[in-house]
Design a protein around this ligand. Structure first.
Ligand SMILES: *[C@@H]1O[C@H](CO)[C@@H](O)[C@H](O)[C@H]1NC(C)=O
Ligand SMILES: *[C@@H]1O[C@H](CO)[C@@H](O)[C@H](O)[C@H]1NC(C)=O
Ligand SMILES: *[C@@H]1O[C@H](CO)[C@@H](O)[C@H](O)[C@H]1NC(C)=O
Ligand SMILES: *[C@@H]1O[C@H](CO)[C@@H](O)[C@H](O)[C@H]1NC(C)=O
Ligand SMILES: *[C@@H]1O[C@H](CO)[C@@H](O)[C@H](O)[C@H]1NC(C)=O
Ligand SMILES: *[C@@H]1O[C@H](CO)[C@@H](O)[C@H](O)[C@H]1NC(C)=O
Ligand SMILES: *[C@@H]1O[C@H](CO)[C@@H](O)[C@H](O)[C@H]1NC(C)=O
Ligand SMILES: *[C@@H]1O[C@H](CO)[C@@H](O)[C@H](O)[C@H]1NC(C)=O
Ligand SMILES: *[C@@H]1O[C@H](CO)[C@@H](O)[C@H](O)[C@H]1NC(C)=O
Ligand SMILES: *[C@@H]1O[C@H](CO)[C@@H](O)[C@H](O)[C@H]1NC(C)=O
Ligand SMILES: *[C@@H]1O[C@H](CO)[C@@H](O)[C@H](O)[C@H]1NC(C)=O
Ligand SMILES: *[C@@H]1O[C@H](CO)[C@@H](O)[C@H](O)[C@H]1NC(C)=O
Length: 790
């Protein structure tokens, strides 16, 4: 009882400190005018090309460049053939080009996060980018760092990486660089505080009154230290675009909030690209434009006659009647066109794939503009499938392995159980959530290899767990008995097995999709009973979880459950990825990018919802106060010193590792407490924030008998002045070692890594006094300690 009260006390004190009483948020501070693009950060030459292009445009054409229209893609900017501009094709999503055939379905952001593997994250971005480009898509609508994962129930958390802002920051940076390395624009989304699906958009009550979208109310310190942090990495990586979100922030809609767009993104972070709206997230015209919105999506989407848009012809009218300056419109155009020229998209870009429009919601046309449509092309490559298989395995976390169960030693009689083991039973696009209810991806029998909604993919095939295990078994003459109908299992179906398998592998799934939040953190479809009943029969039961995370595991201490694998969302090679781990071809090197609590009620739900809200008549009723500040996921469990089932950063290997010899090198002692305000602002913010001020190194050795990989992690504990969490991740590196070998790892620490956000100074500030340094293998296994004075 004491601990929750403790947390409540903390929340109350944060609330007092920042005056968080949602009625007091009311407004977001006005920040005007909208900062203009300067071309800094290496975009100067492209800006000049964009300026030359702009000089040729009429006002109507300028409006056209910043307003979506009906076309073959999910988002379309119409062409201007006079200028050889073929328009822009924008396509979902963060793990595949969704609206296409002959494409790969990659591992989700969640699996990428669980891999803690920078090179794999970069490679994934580059391979996905290559597929978008091959299909003629100029803009990939991803990666995702909003939601960050404030609530473990968040329906879209899996599209992004981790509730830890540092881990998400590193991985979004790698992803943006990967996608853009092949000449495709990344659109980092959803900006910002888009932390719940419930009431993400306005609704209408029974009397026709508009009930506004949920307002995420957050203080300035939490904004910088937790939610804005990974967006800063994305901007630093050169993201061409940022998508503003559906929710309100301090009462003001995400796509018309001048503080977040003009203030934080364009001014403080020096963002040079364009802000596009999420689909139908624009609620005003001139006001949104002045607040920093550069592109309306999907815009005026009628086919032959455009439907209304706050942009389009309204921009022309507003310029002509003097309410909107031509300067601002010109800046919008320059922000859209500069990344296009910077990534050489004006030179021989592939045409839009010939199948694209058949799958889109605009239908086959005709459209208001003619687009360049090419042949139907296959953009898959053998190395893409291999990467997906590797990343699926690398993003699998081994949580329990008693009795030396894993890796398997050629068992001759294998049992496979659970509805997630089975092949798809509703086809390759069945995970997409259809409004018609025909294709609700949360159906019973069929494996869950990624999540649903706009972030899903159209599978070319899926390797189901059962298919891969049968193939393995056949290769050495093993029998596989399987039952994939959970209801049949819970009704007693296991009684039919003969003989009892040497090993029973149970596959469970946890559904999540855009448009709804999770209602439980326990895998669906009677999973607890399925595990209980299997374990009652089989004293060597391995449980594998696919789908959304975190999940609680009521059966985790059952002695007959000898191994547990959190296998996340591996993508099309799902079965091969898990077989590689089960048979030990690949050492499990995944680590938890979130906390697994003992039980569901141990989490702070951090989700606003109720029956009363569902029927409210108060337009302003949906308020979500982020009173917990930075204390989400492990930072919250650490703050109340609560026991957990498996902590953030945890994961087992088939070998053992030792960590030793922590060394701290300060490159610049007595550095000024804040960055020089006169230093240039480049994409990512004041350049001094990214200077390395210290480097920590450790030695890691493989002390076991097989080759493997591990992820040494570095956490910092700041002095009281910083008002920071107990510990914060500030370094990690995956390292592969053969038995008996060791290596030295360096963790460079930038000024931002070592600072806290001082709300009075409005600056990242180095604390005075020593910063405690911890290194080890998880957030709670930190054998090495030191103190850093900078
Ligand atoms: C939201 O309101 C809080 C409290 O007044 C303030 O600290 C913060 O800067 C505001 N943020 C935005 C984006 O409006
Ligand atoms: C458009 O392309 C054609 C053919 O390559 C070229 O002759 C012409 O100069 C280009 N026009 C512009 C405005 O770039
Ligand atoms: C301009 O915006 C208004 C809403 O403010 C809308 O009713 C109107 O249809 C828009 N005009 C065009 C041409 O889209
Ligand atoms: C100017 O045009 C805009 C866009 O149509 C409109 O919203 C606004 O009311 C107009 N203002 C005046 C003064 O006519
Ligand atoms: C599109 O192409 C068709 C056929 O060539 C032509 O009739 C039509 O005018 C074109 N539409 C536009 C908007 O250019
Ligand atoms: C596995 O280990 C647990 C605890 O160490 C033990 O209780 C159980 O009997 C073992 N099971 C088998 C099949 O050896
Ligand atoms: C759970 O099992 C019960 C009893 O076997 C069955 O009636 C129910 O439909 C099952 N629920 C799900 C979600 O499978
Ligand atoms: C599963 O087993 C646990 C522990 O034996 C028990 O508490 C729980 O009620 C069982 N749940 C189901 C659904 O069978
Ligand atoms: C473990 O398995 C054995 C059969 O090997 C069974 O007798 C026992 O009841 C099982 N225990 C649990 C907790 O399911
Ligand atoms: C586990 O089950 C096997 C056969 O099902 C049996 O031979 C063995 O004794 C059991 N071990 C334990 C510890 O229950
Ligand atoms: C939100 O509340 C409604 C109404 O009480 C309920 O139907 C829905 O399941 C809830 N959503 C979540 C994610 O808890
Ligand atoms: C709708 O309006 C009626 C009459 O004014 C009122 O009694 C009722 O409470 C309203 N209901 C809602 C949902 O706003």
């Amino acid at each position: 009882m004491l601990r929750p009260l403790c947390l409540f006390g903390y929340a109350a004190s944060v609330a007092a400190q920042f005056g968080i009483e949602h009625t007091q948020y009311g407004t977001s501070p006005p920040v005007y005018p909208s900062p203009q693009i300067s071309g800094t950060g290496g975009w100067g030459a492209a800006l000049e090309k964009a300026q030359a292009f702009l000089a040729e445009l009429t006002t109507e054409e300028k409006a056209q460049i910043v307003t979506g229209t009906a076309g073959p893609c999910v988002g379309n900017i119409g062409p201007i053939s006079r200028l050889n501009f073929t328009g822009l094709c924008l396509q979902d999503g963060p793990l595949a080009i969704r609206q296409a055939i002959y494409v790969s379905v990659f591992s989700a952001g969640l699996s990428t996060a669980a891999s803690w593997d920078r090179p794999l994250a970069r490679q994934r971005g580059a391979y996905m980018g290559a597929e978008f480009k091959g299909k003629g898509a100029h803009v990939a609508l991803g990666p995702v760092v909003g939601p960050l994962g404030r609530s473990p129930f968040g329906g879209r958390n899996w599209e992004g990486f981790s509730p830890d802002s540092y881990l998400s920051g590193v991985l979004v940076e790698e992803s943006v660089m990967g996608i853009q390395s092949v000449g495709v624009q990344a659109c980092t989304k959803h900006y910002i505080l888009n932390e719940q699906e419930t009431q993400r958009n306005p609704s209408v009550d029974s009397n026709g009154t508009q009930i506004e979208a949920v307002s995420s109310n957050v203080d300035d310190k939490t904004m910088h230290e937790t939610y804005l942090w990974p967006f800063a990495n994305a901007v630093r990586a050169g993201t061409a675009s940022v998508m503003c979100s559906y929710n309100r922030i301090n009462g003001s809609y995400g796509c018309q909030n001048s503080k977040t767009m003009n203030g934080l993104l364009k001014d403080e972070l020096g963002f040079q690209g364009y802000v596009m709206s999420d689909w139908l997230a624009t609620h005003t015209g001139v006001a949104a434009i002045e607040a920093g919105l550069d592109m309306d999506m999907p815009g005026g989407i009628g086919f032959t006659t455009p439907t209304p848009t706050y942009f389009g012809a309204n921009i022309t009218t507003a310029v002509n009647n003097g309410t909107l300056s031509m300067d601002r419109v010109d800046d919008m155009v320059l922000r859209v066109m500069t990344p296009y020229f910077h990534l050489n998209q004006d030179a021989d870009y592939p045409p839009i794939d010939g199948y694209t429009q058949r799958l889109g919601f605009f239908g086959p046309g005709p459209y208001p503009f003619n687009y360049t449509i090419g042949n139907i092309v296959d953009v898959r490559q053998a190395q893409h499938a291999q990467l997906i298989r590797d990343l699926g395995a690398a993003g699998t976390v081994l949580l329990k392995n008693s009795n030396g169960t894993l890796p398997l030693k050629a068992p001759k009689n294998i049992g496979v159980f659970g509805n997630d083991a089975a092949d798809f039973t509703r086809g390759e696009y069945s995970l997409a959530l259809s409004g018609a209810g025909l294709a609700d991806g949360n159906y019973d029998i069929g494996t869950l290899a990624v999540g649903g909604g706009s972030g899903t993919g159209r599978f070319p095939y899926v390797v189901s767990p059962l298919e891969a295990i049968k193939a393995r078994g056949r290769s050495y003459g093993a029998d596989v008995q399987y039952i994939t109908d959970n209801q049949f299992i819970t009704a007693g179906g296991l009684a039919a097995l003969a003989p009892t398998p040497e090993v029973c592998i149970v596959f469970l799934k946890s559904w999540a999709s855009e448009g709804a939040d999770r209602t439980t953190l326990i895998a669906e479809w009677n999973s607890t009973a399925v595990v209980n009943m299997t374990a009652a029969l089989c004293n060597n039961t391995i449980v594998v979880l696919h789908g959304a995370a975190p999940n609680t595991m009521p059966w985790r201490n059952n002695p007959n459950v000898t191994a547990i694998l959190a296998a996340h969302m591996p993508g099309q090679e799902s079965g091969n990825s898990i077989a590689d781990i089960l048979w030990g071809d690949v050492d499990p090197s995944g680590r938890l990018p979130y906390t697994v609590a003992n039980g569901e009620s141990d989490y702070s739900k951090n989700l606003v919802n109720s029956t009363a809200l569902a029927t409210t008549t108060d337009p302003n009723a949906w308020q979500s106060d982020f009173v917990e500040g930075n204390l989400i996921d492990y930072k919250e469990f650490d703050a109340r010193n609560a026991s957990v089932a498996f902590e953030f950063g945890f994961g087992l290997s088939y070998t053992t590792f030792n960590i030793s010899n922590l060394q701290i090198q300060v490159s610049s002692s007595n550095a000024s407490r804040t960055p020089n305000p006169a230093a240039p602002i480049q994409p990512g913010g004041n350049v001094e924030l990214w200077a390395t001020l210290a480097t920590v190194s450790v030695n890691v050795s493989n002390t076991g008998t097989v080759s493997g990989a591990t992820v040494p992690q570095l956490y910092l504990s700041y002095p009281k002045e910083a008002n920071a969490p107990v510990r914060s991740l500030r370094g990690f590196e995956k390292v592969a070692l053969s038995p008996g070998t060791s290596g030295t790892l360096n963790f460079p620490l930038t000024r931002r890594d070592l600072s806290y956000w001082d709300t009075t100074a409005q600056q990242w500030t180095l604390p005075t006094g020593g910063i405690k340094v911890y290194a080890g293998f998880s957030s709670r296994n930190l054998p090495l300690q030191g103190t850093l004075n900078v």
